[in-house]
Design a protein around this ligand. Structure first.
Ligand SMILES: C[S@@+](CC[C@H](N)C(=O)[O-])C[C@H]1O[C@@H](n2cnc3c(N)ncnc32)[C@H](O)[C@@H]1O
Length: 242
């Protein structure tokens, strides 16, 4: 596929809608995705961190802040809109943003303690190659943690809106599926849970944790949204060690 996932975010209207939703009350990223990422990351003290598909890099301010005490942060990001925002976000921090597609990024060997990726890897066609690069760029015992749109969701892709049913179909047929989302059209890669798991193993990782985005009441303001989030899993998380 010639167009990469990050190109979608360089449509200015899409970018604006995305950023508004990303910051909305009870947005799925903050209520469902971030709590599990933080649990899996655990102690970031003194760690050099690589963030793949870092978006606006707001996570850098937290990971390098007083609470988590990370040592350094490198974000790789393909979208110009995101990179411009991210570079402003990380000003004054021990952080840098590399503008590159993840498929073409620089992955210097034995460099990072922790590689993370939040909701970017479902845009990538060849995760075997990418996971090998990530394995190589981690130091010994380094950890790779990522979240993706859950395969139950990517298997059902259909025009968005508030859905009332999710029909899982062609689950084992992997490949790009089109979604009308945020006022644009985007291709997300559907693959099974097993494929994600095996890609990690094939790259040489030991898989340590598999999580789904079970809602936790404490993170929601609105009861109805919390109840709605019980229906289907939005995100899948895997954590693996070199
Ligand atoms: C849903 S956003 C998540 C951003 C950020 N990780 C967060 O959680 O706020 C997905 C990000 O992945 C980036 N992305 C998607 N495909 C990419 C690719 N092939 N190379 C680089 N970045 C990519 C997009 O530009 C976008 O910033």
């Amino acid at each position: 596929m010639s167009e990469r996932g990050s190109d979608f975010y360089d449509n200015d209207a899409v970018f604006q809608t995305y950023m508004e939703r990303r910051q909305g009350q009870d947005n799925a990223n903050d209520t469902l995705e971030k709590p599990v990422m933080l649990e899996l990351i655990g102690d970031a003290t003194g760690k050099s961190i690589l963030d793949l598909g870092c978006g606006d890099a707001r996570f850098a301010t937290e990971l390098l802040g007083e609470k988590h005490n990370g040592l350094s942060y490198t974000g790789i990001e393909g979208s110009t809109n995101m990179v411009q925002t991210a570079r402003k976000t990380v000003q004054g921090l021990n952080a840098r943003i590399e503008q590159s597609y993840l498929e073409d990024g620089t992955y210097p060997v034995d460099t990072y303690d922790l590689a993370i990726s939040r909701l970017a890897i479902h845009y990538i066609e060849d995760i075997n190659r990418l996971f090998h690069s990530i394995h190589g760029t981690l130091k010994k015992d380094g950890v790779f943690i990522f979240s993706v749109e859950h395969p139950v969701i990517t298997s059902t892709l259909q025009p968005s809106g508030t859905r009332t049913n999710w029909i899982v179909d062609q689950y084992f047929v992997e490949g790009y599926r089109e979604q009308q989302w945020l006022g644009g059209s985007v291709h997300k890669m559907h693959r099974s849970i097993e494929s994600y798991y095996m890609a990690l193993q094939n790259a040489g990782f030991r898989v340590e944790h598999l999580r789904e985005s079970a809602p936790q009441r404490a993170y929601f303001v609105d009861e109805e949204t919390y109840q709605r989030r019980q229906r289907i899993p939005l995100f899948l998380f895997l954590s693996a060690r070199k």
